[in-house]
Design a binder for this molecule. Structure first.
Ligand SMILES: [Zn+2]
Length: 447
């Protein structure tokens, strides 16, 4: 008997946690943190016994996919974690950073001392295209999900009472065209698909148009002597931004305008990325082969220490500040927002998805009066949003990804807000003519 139970990212985008039970083997796929409006759910006890889990497969190192692993381990999970090497390297940085943030909160979910025992369980590595046998009846294979460096979708093949079956967990799927990392891979066959639906409703702006818009908005602001604040996700988005700014620098567009990467996490992630040159796209690989750093240029200063971060304020005139967190929930971007949001010459440029009820979502949706770090702020700066950099496939690409797969019995939709899920459900049904179901939290599904 094989069945699935949902423990997160059902009817919403955060807290990814999916349990697949094949006979006596229990496989958990991701164990992520709930974010934004769902944050309180992190404090609920696991609805299964972590001690009973035989394998944890991690699709990628975003916190909404790995953030509760220390908690899982604290509650008794002690088996090996299966991931790519890149995911492990990045997870080390992300989990330590996450624990540091949690320690500053009133009610602590876990602390930094809970992270090392979790990291010790990583070490069963599987790379793109590789397979691993978990049990005589169960084999898993990874493919490049095209989402962020090291991200995978996973196929699990198994025998259920002698009948061969297969299920794919999409993980987060990326756009076909990525700025720095290598392209998404497609699956050919599976009976079941658990499909992320983040952008089930929308179609992204073309990447080329977004890149042009990003550069244009920056140039316009720095020409007037304004400051550009880019709230950026430390993982992948920042490296993409650095790569694009490097192009501007090489083309003489920055003209010695200082650029500050003001996020210790992003600085560390950037260094880690350089350890995986084979995971980049052709253009980036070429730069590395020439012995150059694709994420560095002469105007760039990494402000690692608090002192060097505070020193940024003494630079008057045009400058560019890249700081975390990407949704403006914590991190150094807070004090840059307090300082620069109130001047009409400045630009706050959003380059990524903003979860509901986060500060980033409030600013990007046009709220003008805000309280940030205890200060009342009236927004006068320009607010820009570039949507095409998304690390997620849009509706069209999600449908293409599913359409490549034959032998589907049912597509199960996860990792999306309700309007996205409902629209995608309709599209899968009418356009692809596949059976489709929106997974609910706690739901049990027989496979
Ligand atoms: Zn992700």
């Amino acid at each position: 008997m094989a069945y699935y139970r949902s423990y997160g990212a059902a009817g919403e985008v955060t807290g990814s946690c999916h349990l697949l039970i094949i006979g006596k083997i229990k496989i958990l796929i991701d164990c992520g943190m709930f974010q934004g409006a769902q944050e309180a759910l992190n404090f609920e006890p696991f609805a299964f016994n972590p001690k009973d889990i035989n394998y944890l497969i991690v699709t990628h190192a975003h916190i909404d996919h790995i953030g509760r692993i220390p908690l899982l381990v604290k509650n008794g999970f002690d088996k090996k974690i299966i991931s790519t090497r890149a995911t492990f390297s990045i997870a080390q940085l992300m989990l330590k950073n996450s624990a540091g943030i949690l320690e500053t909160k009133k009610e602590q979910l876990y602390t930094t001392k809970d992270v090392d025992p979790a990291l010790e369980l990583f070490g069963n590595f599987l790379e793109y295209g590789e397979s691993m046998t978990l049990d005589k009846n169960i084999k898993i294979t990874f493919k490049n999900a095209g989402h962020i460096l090291g991200a995978v979708s996973v196929k699990i093949k198994f025998f259920d009472k002698g009948i061969k079956k297969s299920v794919i967990f999409s993980g987060d799927i990326g756009q076909r065209e990525r700025i720095i990392t290598s392209q998404i891979e497609f699956w050919k066959k599976s009976n079941y698909i658990f499909l992320e639906s983040t952008y089930g409703l929308s179609v992204h702006e073309e990447l080329d148009i977004s890149i042009k818009s990003f550069k244009k908005q920056i140039l316009k602001t720095i020409k007037k002597g304004g400051t550009v604040v880019i709230p950026s996700f430390a993982l992948e988005r920042t490296q993409e931004i650095l790569y694009l700014l490097r192009q501007m620098s090489n083309n003489g567009k920055l003209k010695n305008i200082p650029v500050f990467l003001d996020s210790p996490l992003a600085i560390n992630v950037t260094r880690t990325f350089l350890n995986y040159p084979h995971l980049f796209n052709k253009e980036v690989k070429k730069i590395i082969q020439r012995g150059e750093n694709p994420f560095d240029f002469k105007e760039l200063t990494n402000t690692y220490s608090k002192e060097s971060s505070q020193h940024i304020n003494s630079f008057s005139g045009a400058k560019i500040i890249i700081a975390g967190s990407g949704m403006c929930e914590g991190g150094r971007v807070g004090y840059h927002l307090v300082r620069y949001l109130q001047d009409k010459n400045n630009l706050v440029l959003f380059v990524g998805f903003q979860v509901n009820s986060t500060l980033g979502q409030k600013i990007s949706s046009g709220e003008r009066d805000l309280s940030i770090l205890g200060s009342d702020i009236h927004v006068r700066a320009k607010i820009g949003y570039v949507s095409g950099f998304s690390a997620h496939a849009d509706q069209k690409e999600l449908l293409e990804w599913v359409d490549a797969v034959d032998n589907i019995y049912c597509v199960y939709l996860i990792h999306g807000d309700i309007p996205q899920l409902k629209t995608l459900k309709q599209k899968v049904k009418t356009q692809l003519k596949e059976k489709v179901h929106i997974v609910k939290m706690g739901e049990q599904i027989h496979l």
